[in-house]
Design a protein around this ligand. Structure first.
Ligand code: PLP
Length: 387
């Protein structure tokens, strides 16, 4: 059976070039990057080169790059590392749980949080962030691209708002990295987090931009790695792989690959919308989306049932964020956008790999209408009553 993976926002496979770049660092250049001898020097060279690549990727200085274990650690570090009792924190209702759960944790320590709601389109209105700022606001955290809808948030405008108010600004760029260019200097943010495995790099490795002078406390303490900002022996193969993935991501943005993905996504979406009782979540005035993502509502269906039916036909999609699949709660992102529970549950995310092909889209388009029709025939619910 043919298999088509359209769940790239959950994770992505390594590109062959990434695997090749990492390979020597598992066995040949296995040294500890802190060791003085030749083995240590080889590992250190790998980390140093990776840092140069990441500095270019972020448009920052090499000393402002901190390697870590991924997006969750980056988001946690920004929040736990910046906020103290009595501070006020502004974030949004559509963030990843790595931000939302950290906000709940700091609330127990006396940090007040304002969760800004999105517009029905999924866009965060800059004026709503501005209105949430108080004299004691210390940090704003906002995602670059939403993992469920792909909606790109106005980080440039919010960067200006944060600068005017004298508030630190963290961007969760886990789903934006590799899909849109990142320019931390242009945005004027203080902190930004990315993750290797969402951009064809390895799992369990990520990086943060930490603007020089940002008074952040490290989450992990021990040795003096990463200029005392993140202790622990460096994951050298992972770091080298992350940098290679970033380099390839930049090429994909420049050589038309990402544009090609958006054409494929648009065709998939347009064809799926020809089915009766469907619509897209995450569209509206002023909305732009990451090239690879579409989130579609199918009237009369349980999203989970459709995920399983499609899996049996070789198509991998998701009903929301991977961290929540299996849970019966509908997506907090779609609910925050104003969808009711039934409609949120009847929505599926299709997220294309950058290696997706026309044949992949054709295959999915051959499978989805039949699966939808079959499940609707079995559904005891009358058309339209889930809306
Ligand atoms: C927007 C966003 N932030 C953070 C994370 C967590 O990243 P990681 O899996 O690297 O811990 C994810 C993963 O799904 C995400 O989509």
């Amino acid at each position: 059976m043919r298999r088509v993976y359209m769940d790239a926002n959950a994770t992505t496979p390594l590109l062959p070039g990434v695997m090749e770049a990492m390979r020597p660092y598992w066995m040949e250049h296995f040294g500890n990057a802190s060791s003085i001898h030749i083995h240590g020097q080889q590992a250190r060279t790998g980390v140093d080169r990776a840092r140069e690549t990441m500095a270019e990727f972020f448009n920052c200085h090499e000393a402002e790059v901190v390697f870590n274990s991924g997006g969750t650690e980056g988001d946690n570090t920004a929040i736990f590392g910046m906020l103290r009792p009595g501070d006020h924190f502004v974030t949004t209702a559509i963030e990843h749980s790595a931000v939302l759960q950290a906000a709940e944790r700091v609330a127990l320590r006396g940090v007040e949080t304002t969760l800004v709601a999105p517009l029905p389109s999924g866009l965060i209105h800059p004026a709503d962030i501005c209105a949430a700022i108080r004299p004691n606001t210390r940090l704003i955290s906002l995602m670059l691209a939403n993992n469920e809808t792909g909606v790109l948030q106005p980080v440039d405008e919010i960067g200006k708002i944060a600068a005017d108010a004298g508030v630190f600004f963290h961007i969760d760029a886990v789903q934006g990295a590799g899909k849109v260019p990142i320019d931390v200097r242009g945005i004027g943010c203080h902190l930004l987090s990315i993750s290797g495995h969402k951009m064809n790099g390895p799992k369990g490795v990520g990086a943060m931009f930490v603007r020089r002078g940002t008074p952040i406390e490290s989450l992990v303490v021990g040795g003096s790695h990463e200029r005392r900002r993140r202790a622990g022996t460096e994951n050298v193969p992972g770091i080298v792989g992350l940098a290679k993935a970033a380099e390839l991501a930049t090429s994909s943005l420049e050589d038309g690959t990402i544009e090609r993905v958006s054409v494929l996504r648009d065709r998939l979406e347009a064809e799926l919308l020809r089915l009766p009782g469907t619509s897209v979540n995450g569209v509206g005035e002023g909305v732009t989306r990451a090239a690879n993502t579409t989130n579609i509502w199918f009237d009369q269906l349980e999203g989970e049932a459709l995920v399983i039916a499609l899996d049996l036909k070789g198509v991998a999609v998701s009903g929301g964020s991977a961290c929540h699949s299996g849970a019966t709660e509908p997506s907090h992102v779609l609910m925050a956008m104003g969808l009711d529970k039934a409609r949120a549950r009847a929505s599926l995310r299709f997220s294309l790999l950058k290696t997706a092909t026309d044949a992949d889209v054709d295959y999915v388009l051959g499978v989805v209408p039949q699966a939808v029709e079959r499940l609707r025939a079995l559904s005891p619910v009358e058309a339209g009553t889930l809306g």
